[in-house]
Design a protein around this ligand. Structure first.
Ligand SMILES: [Zn+2]
Length: 136
């Protein structure tokens, strides 16, 4: 299980004061999950949100800003078809995107947060692909 907790500063959606937001991205049983918790010291707003898969854009922004961007590089794969199928299904890629990745193999197949990159790295490992997760 890979767990990442990040803290960032954002304006309170209720009173506008800058406050700390805590964000987690975690992989449980091969499923990517995220959660966000807000606790405003001025107006007392408390808010929790969570879900499966890729987080909403504004939460992803926090993760990328505080945790950096990471990529998955694939160097070897026993079956290109199997590798592309895993990428397509889990990243919900269009055929054009799949073709673009296919044309660039071996090489970078994904760019995102650390939690997402380690999640995908684990998935492609199941079809025998070998690669690395690197900070961009
Ligand atoms: Zn507030």
């Amino acid at each position: 299980m890979n767990s990442d907790a990040y803290q960032d500063v954002d304006a309170c959606p209720q009173c506008g004061r800058q406050h700390t937001v805590k964000i987690y991205q975690v992989v449980i049983h091969k499923t990517l999950r995220w959660s966000e918790s807000i606790n405003c010291p001025k107006c007392g707003l408390q808010s929790e949100a969570d879900g499966r898969g890729f987080p909403p854009p504004e939460i992803r922004e926090h993760l990328l800003r505080t945790g950096g961007a990471w990529c998955v590089q694939v160097t070897e794969y026993p079956s290109k078809v199997a590798l592309l199928r895993v990428l397509r299904e889990n990243l919900k890629l269009s055929l054009n995107e799949v073709k673009r990745i296919s044309d660039n193999l071996p090489g970078m197949v994904f760019l995102g947060t650390y939690g997402e990159a380690t999640w995908l790295h684990e998935l492609i490992g199941q079809v025998g692909a070998i690669g690395s997760v690197d900070r961009v």
